[in-house]
Design a protein around this ligand. Structure first.
Ligand SMILES: *Cc1c(COP(=O)(O)O)cnc(C)c1O
Length: 345
């Protein structure tokens, strides 16, 4: 990896971050007159912990990492944006992302006036490490990978991911939003071996908490310190920190629900791939399936008419004819299958 100092934007490297009242006072006190808070309406009158230590300690124990290698944000979307803002000089630097994949890498890059080069996955939606490495040049600061990938559902070839981690000198982000559904282990265990690795996870999928907006980035303490320097001071609100602590305290419930979802995913995939449907269902390691239904627009509209909304991916070049179907409850999935059986085009 190149020196972190050479990768981070000079203005960010030299930045002295805003220091909040909560940053400057540590220790115990009983009268708080330092932050212009309202004395009434406890506990919501107080600013939340800007470093979210309680939550990070829980996550550190859960994921087997140190607490200073965790960044918490307002969804992983915040982490994606901050990684680009930390490393990419607008109008000069660029990122490389795989295609098809999650749309936010490109959107976040474009908002920041940073070029996003897209490298197509192969016919099996898998990663070609050589092509990704070739797409990166001296101005490329970040490579975005996503595994299991959205919208294709598959986990990317691990050998190819290692090849990129080993041979690329910049930052490699692996978005693991769906890791708790996956049959493969997280790349978190590789953090110590690869100083250029950033792993993204979220409470939005397996933990069932998209509404509270909590995303995580795991990386070396040096990279995490850079992200913390440029985040908004109170980027994770008190309600979210409290609810997240509660959720993370019950891993068993998450595991049980993931198990149910995986059973249903395999049932959906099996039924959709057989007559009368006989659709091509792509192998999924996540909580959704990508299904090539042929006339995707028409079927999408017919489903909508019956009150069922799926994700139409027909406009994504590599996903012509495809719908992305999130796995719901058994009853919801039955309703989908029922509606699909009734569609006559
Ligand atoms: C759903 C999803 C996320 C989650 O983003 P949040 O902002 O944490 O809700 C991140 N990456 C991918 C690939 C996703 O599909």
């Amino acid at each position: 990896m190149r020196d972190l100092k050479d990768l981070v934007r000079p203005n960010v490297w030299n930045l002295r971050p805003y220091s909040s009242a909560r940053d400057e006072f540590h220790g115990s006190a009983s009268v708080f007159l330092d932050a212009n808070e309202n004395p009434w309406n406890a506990p919501y009158n107080r600013y939340p912990d800007p470093s979210q230590w309680k939550l990070k300690d829980r996550l550190a124990a859960l994921r087997g990492v140190s607490r200073d290698s965790i960044f918490l944000g307002n969804g992983s979307d915040e982490a994606i944006d901050l990684v680009i803002r930390a490393f990419c000089e607008p109008g000069q630097d660029g990122v490389v992302a795989i295609s098809p994949s999650y749309g936010m890498y490109e959107v976040a890059a474009e908002v920041n006036n940073v070029e996003c080069r897209k490298v197509s996955l192969n016919a099996r939606f898998d990663l070609d490490a050589r092509r990704v490495l070739e797409a990166a040049d001296e101005w490329t600061k970040v490579i975005f990978l996503c595994s299991p990938n959205n919208p294709t559902g598959n986990s990317l070839d691990r050998g190819s991911i290692y090849k990129i981690l080993k041979n690329y000198e910049g930052i490699v982000v692996i978005d693991e939003a769906y890791i708790d559904f996956s049959a493969y282990p997280s790349f978190l265990r590789e953090l110590s071996g690869f100083p250029n690795l950033v792993v993204l996870q979220t409470l939005s999928k397996a933990w069932g908490a998209a509404g509270i907006r909590l995303g995580m980035a795991f990386a070396s303490p040096e990279i995490i310190a850079v992200l913390n320097k440029i985040k908004y001071p109170y980027n994770v609100n008190r309600l979210t920190q409290e609810k997240a602590l509660e959720l993370l305290g019950d891993e068993a419930t998450m595991r049980r629900r993931v198990g149910e979802i995986l059973k249903e995913r395999d049932r959906l995939a099996r039924i959709l791939s057989r007559p009368p449907f006989s659709y091509r269902v792509y192998p999924s390691d996540a909580n959704f399936v990508l299904v090539n239904v042929g006339r995707a627009e028409a079927i999408y509209k017919e489903l909508l008419r019956r009150g069922i909304v799926v994700r139409n991916r027909n406009s994504v070049q590599e996903c012509r004819g495809c719908l992305r179907v999130t796995v719901g409850t058994p009853r919801e999935n039955d309703r989908l299958l029922d509606a699909m059986r009734r569609i006559r085009l």
